[in-house]
Ligand binder design. Structure first.
Ligand SMILES: [Zn+2]
Length: 81
């Protein structure tokens, strides 16, 4: 079973300001501007978007990938493309 969460709490590494953001399900967000201090956050090396690096939840494509990888039984893949 795969429940895709689209809410992620992004925490700014510079000032600690955290905000709940809604993630687009079909795109990765690679630039995020902190509303606390104005810092421009970018994903760490190896991460596809700022939600994977700074968010409480990784972005939807990664959630799907992880749930498929850990799932013991094959599931029909969600139509992503
Ligand atoms: Zn900040």
């Amino acid at each position: 079973m795969s429940i895709i969460l689209t809410q992620s709490m992004i925490t700014c590494p510079a000032c600690g300001f955290a905000k709940n953001e809604t993630m687009p399900s079909d795109a990765c967000r690679i630039i995020y501007r902190c509303e606390g201090c104005g810092a421009r956050l970018q994903p760490a090396a190896g991460d596809c978007c700022v939600f994977c690096t700074y968010g409480s939840m990784p972005c939807p494509p990664i959630q799907i990938e992880r749930s498929e990888r850990t799932s013991p039984e094959p599931q029909p893949a969600p139509a992503l493309e």
